[in-house]
Design a protein around this ligand. Structure first.
Ligand SMILES: Nc1ncnc2c1ncn2[C@@H]1O[C@H](COP(=O)(O)OP(=O)(O)OP(=O)(O)O)[C@@H](O)[C@H]1O
Ligand SMILES: [Mg+2]
Length: 485
């Protein structure tokens, strides 16, 4: 099969200059967009963002050497002539990235889905993109690219041929969701959950719900708002959607039979959830291959979104049996310990009270092998303001409920959480250097879950613990035995 070059190109530098009110002397094709010179792949447009700690203009020459086809800049770059034909000059590269994202949105026929929430954004983005792939050509945000850079970058990467765009939208502070949602202008908005994430920046959880609900104020006309009734503050979210005059409000729930999409049965197992779902007058039976009640709830939102996009929810449901948990987000790895192996649940990417509770419940359902115990390696949950200690202590019940035998704590708040549960606590520092100390506490058959806020550096600990390790398939017959790096 041949593809004409103009169909393969994501952008041309001429089109980029037009979209960002910039200047360039050539019309070169680019096939991707990158903001980190170390991640450039040949053909990319490199956008030289000027951050607080580093300035992309210092790396533009390196990006072009690495194969970038063009660079978007707003000041002279060391090692590059000002009239280099690969440069697109603009007034401000961040504003230009936003303009390029808007141009991608406006040229594309894709129906857009915006996903926000205190926990479950990335997982739901991946699940929805997987679910619709058999019926449409999805484009989706990668990693957790959900902020003032990640959202316009994800938009700018959307090709003209995508027909569904799935975007993660996040926030650290008031007002951010509105600004980012206005860039995406989704046809379908999902709020996965509302909880005490970034509580330090808000007076209370209701204010966090209002912030998340801002997504619904920025839907495209006639758009669909999807609300999970089992998540906190659902009434508040529904009121915001009503007030915003959205086209349709679709509720989902595992508990409430009046929800538009209702999980009739949820059989929660260690390797996933068997779900029976009532949607649009039909009953579907499906398997969600990523375990946990929270993720089963997210799956209902995925089915609702597929339906809102005009796609068959039954086909979408089938695909959920092929989901795999990503690094840092529930991936299972077999790791070596003295005398055998243990199972590591890698939740190292991030933590807040909501996701901690969900992950502990899932840990509680995973039985250790004979003679093994459940162990948690915890990092402190960040950005909880004055409530930090209380919010950690409040999770002691979830630790006990999961029948955890020991807590290894990186940080005083994690230690507090373990002690409040009456568990033995080993306090360690510097996760990157602690792998052997952690491994020494583990015995064959143990299940160890590693979870903490991103800033705590538990990712480096997991990397060291899993070397050499083996990623376990969650559901048996796909993604078998990928070797861990
Ligand atoms: N609806 C939910 N309610 C509570 N916890 C959830 C929910 N969905 C997912 N989680 C938990 O949150 C963890 C993080 O999920 P995910 O990475 O999808 O969240 P995120 O919102 O993208 O996070 P971040 O803000 O760090 O980007 C999951 O591993 C799971 O344990
Ligand atoms: Mg995320």
């Amino acid at each position: 099969m041949t593809t004409a070059p103009d169909q393969r190109a994501l952008w041309t530098t001429g089109a980029i200059a037009a979209a960002v009110a910039g200047r360039t002397t050539a019309d070169l094709a680019v096939t991707g967009v990158a903001i980190d010179s170390r991640e450039v792949v040949p053909g990319d447009l490199f956008v030289a963002l000027a951050g607080r700690t580093s300035d992309g203009h210092a790396h533009a020459a390196r990006a072009l050497r690495a194969g970038a086809a063009a660079a978007l800049v707003h000041r002279p770059c060391p090692g590059l002539a000002i009239d280099d034909r690969r440069l697109v000059h603009c007034a401000d590269t961040h504003a230009a990235l936003v303009a390029l994202g808007a141009a991608a949105r406006d040229r594309s026929p894709a129906r857009r889905v915006g996903i926000t929430g205190s926990a479950g954004k990335t997982g739901t983005v991946r699940a929805l993109a997987t679910a619709v792939a058999a019926m449409a050509r999805p484009h989706a945000s990668v990693r957790s690219f959900n902020n003032h850079v990640g959202v316009p970058l994800s938009l700018a990467r959307m090709g003209a041929t995508a027909d569904v765009g799935v975007f993660e939208i996040g926030m650290n502070a008031p007002g951010e969701i509105a600004a980012l949602a206005d860039q995406v202008r989704p046809h379908v908005g999902i709020v996965t959950s509302v909880g005490a994430a970034h509580l330090g920046a808000f007076p209370n959880e209701a204010a966090i719900a209002d912030e998340k609900g801002a997504l619904f104020r920025h839907l495209a006309p006639g758009g669909t708002a999807i609300v999970n009734l089992d998540a906190g503050h659902a009434d508040r979210l529904i009121a915001i959607a009503r007030e915003a005059g959205v086209g349709r409000i679709v509720t989902v729930s595992l508990d409430d039979p009046t929800a538009d999409v209702h999980g009739l049965r949820a059989d929660l197992r260690a390797d996933g959830t068997r779900l029976a779902v009532a949607i649009g007058g039909r009953h579907l039976a499906l398997k969600v291959a990523t375990p946990g009640r929270a993720l089963a709830g997210n799956a209902l939102a995925v089915l609702a979104a597929a339906e809102a996009l005009g796609l068959d929810p039954a086909m979408a449901g089938l695909a959920l049996a092929r989901l795999t948990a990503g690094p840092g987000r529930g991936r299972l790895v077999t790791i070596p310990v003295a005398g055998g192996t243990a199972t590591l649940i890698d939740e190292s990417y991030n933590a807040n009270p909501l996701s901690m509770e969900a992950a502990l419940a899932t840990l509680g359902r995973r039985a250790p092998a004979a003679g093994g115990r459940r162990v948690t390696v915890l990092g402190d949950m960040a950005e909880l303001g004055d409530e930090a200690a209380a919010r950690h202590r409040a999770l002691s019940g979830a630790l006990k409920g999961a029948r955890v035998a020991e807590v290894i704590a990186f940080g005083p708040l994690s230690a507090l959480m373990g002690r409040a549960a009456g568990l033995p606590v080993l306090e360690l520092a510097e996760p990157a250097a602690a792998a052997e100390a952690v491994r020494a506490r583990l015995a064959p058959g143990d299940v160890v879950m590693v979870k903490g806020s991103n800033a705590g550096g538990l990712g480096a600990l997991v990397e060291a613990l899993t070397r050499p390790g083996r990623v376990q398939s969650l559901a048996g017959f796909w993604a078998v035995d990928e070797r861990a790096a």
